[in-house]
Design a protein around this ligand. Structure first.
Ligand code: BES
Ligand code: MN
Ligand code: ZN
Length: 496
């Protein structure tokens, strides 16, 4: 895809299609007025007859307007003019891309009304255009037999009007990289657990390192190496499964030598049955998405490598299945984590924290500047925040704020939950240093408190993406969240 800017002269632009914004009640967006004037008022006439309502997201293709060089104009509803904000603008861009994929149009210029520059400057106009284009063109990995849908023709996208062309260029570059990360993440999330195994995730990591031999290194620990690391909690989770576990270590070296890295840790449960504490059947298939944290880490390193960010970043992915079997870990079993702390596993379905605690301990050797884990960790987080916000918990408020701010900026929102010491006290066990569950109250936070016992002395934040990583029902599939948030966080870190 080629991304460019336009500055003026819409009616004479050498593209096949102009995307023109129309508000409700026939009010035309500024750039649309220019197209309308050139065509002798054709768009205004169409709107006035009530043939196009301008409701947010509505689209209509009109062809061969006189006085306009582009052979098509795609009208896009932008809702009420007074309600124009970044969210409404995003919706209009996505609707346009969706409509364009059903045409043979190869080149397009966006001429929508733009929210105020404070909300969407030239950099963000370009970045968001590239991100949304990528999202709109995403198609789920084809595992359906039968005739494949004809691919879209789109090859060139122009955004505008732009005054700071260099800023826009940077925005396109960043947006394209984030879109690449989004595809990586969604593809991995959507793959079924019989394809996306721990070994498969390792092969994705290896392929990434191969594409970037100068900047990215990979190491994959097998079960014997995991044993040597004394990851007793991780081993307890994998012991019920026939599928071999992996512990993936990815390193992007873009910063100064010896500069403390950002370490990302992703939960990689490729399927979560609950183990002996077996889950109820409804929607259990969705537990193939339980490796979304791992996929986010692989995607984030994909973005970092694509942009060659001047930042040291380490990605850690503990990955295995959580299965019941004759060898599976049982409620009440006590195991020793890599940190030496012992854990009474009261519920085998609280497995995410068990693989993460050993990975968080492994992170210590990198002396991280910031340590961030990403996990579909608790149903309680879905109850608390729904699908709208990722839950953030941290032992460092500045780091939590940095993540929340990045999410706001990238329209991939997160919300901080309190993580005070009382929550950790709920994890008390009569037999071990701690239990892996703490009852129903504040389930998202007690899970965070469990992880907090392994991150003492490091600046650490935990992101619970159980509600945001994927959608259920008719829309079932990976959302690609929180790659935009995390990319923004890393881009900011690289710039500071
Ligand atoms: N993978 C689940 C969390 C989850 C639930 C993600 C729903 C997405 C949607 C996790 O391993 C789990 O099972 N957590 C338990 C913890 C409980 C046993 C303390 C949960 O949330 O029920
Ligand atoms: Mn579970
Ligand atoms: Zn799980």
């Amino acid at each position: 895809m080629r991304f460019e800017v336009w500055t003026k002269g819409l009616a004479r632009l050498g593209v096949e299609c102009l995307v023109a914004g129309v508000f409700e009640d026939g009010d035309l967006a500024e750039p649309t007025r220019e197209i309308d004037r050139a065509s002798g008022g054709r768009i205004a006439a169409l709107a006035k007859r009530g043939d196009f309502s301008g409701r947010a997201g509505e689209t209509q293709l009109v062809t061969d307007l006189p006085g306009v060089r582009a052979s098509r104009v795609l009208l896009v509803g932008q809702g009420k003019r007074t309600a124009l904000n970044r969210k409404a603008w995003r919706k209009a861009v996505l609707s346009a891309i969706t409509a364009l994929t059903r045409t043979r149009i190869a080149s397009v210029a966006f001429a929508l009304a733009r929210p105020a520059a404070a909300d969407l400057d030239d950099y963000w106009l370009a970045r968001a255009t590239a991100e949304i284009t990528g999202a709109g063109l995403y198609r789920v990995n084809h595992l359906k037999s039968g005739k494949k849908a004809k691919p879209h023709a789109l090859a060139r996208v122009l955004a505008g009007p732009v005054s700071a062309a260099a800023e826009a260029k940077r925005g396109f570059r960043h947006g394209e990289a984030v879109a690449l990360g989004l595809h990586t993440l969604r593809d991995l999330g959507n793959l079924p657990a019989n394809v996306c195994t721990p070994s498969y995730l390792a092969s994705v990591a290896r392929a990434l390192a191969k594409r970037h031999p100068k900047s990215v290194r990979v190491r994959v620990l097998d079960k014997a190496a995991i044993r040597r690391e004394r990851m007793g909690c991780f081993l307890a989770v994998t012991q019920g499964s026939e599928e071999p576990p992996r512990f993936i270590v990815l390193e992007h070296r873009g910063g100064k030598r010896g500069e403390a890295p950002v370490v990302l840790v992703g939960k990689g449960i490729t399927f979560d049955t609950g183990g002996i504490s077996l889950k109820d059947p409804p929607a259990m298939d969705e537990m193939k998405f339980d490796m979304s944290g791992a996929a986010t880490v692989l995607a984030a390193l994909t973005v970092v490598a694509a942009l060659d960010l001047p930042l040291n970043v380490v990605g850690l992915v503990p990955t295995c299945e959580n299965m019941p079997s004759g060898r599976a870990v049982k409620p009440g079993d006590i195991v020793t984590s890599a940190s030496g702390q012992t854990v009474e596993i009261l519920n085998t379905d609280a497995e995410g924290r068990l693989i993460l605690c050993d990975a968080l301990h492994y992170a210590r050797r990198f002396k991280p500047a910031a340590l961030i884990d990403i996990a579909t960790l608790t149903g309680a987080c879905v109850i608390a925040l729904g699908a709208h916000h990722t839950g953030v918990m941290a032992n460092d408020d500045a780091l939590a704020r940095e993540l929340v701010d990045s999410g706001l900026r990238a329209d991939d929102r997160a919300w901080q939950l309190p993580l005070t010491e009382e929550y950790g006290e709920q994890l008390r066990s009569n037999f071990a240093d701690m239990a892996n569950v703490a009852g129903r109250d504040a389930g998202a936070i007690t899970a965070g408190a469990f992880l907090g016992k392994y991150t003492k002395g490091m600046k650490w934040a935990h992101m619970d993406i159980a509600g945001t990583a994927y959608l259920s029902g008719a829309q079932k599939g990976s959302t690609g969240r929180p790659i935009s948030l995390l990319s923004e966080f890393l881009i900011r870190r690289a710039a500071r």
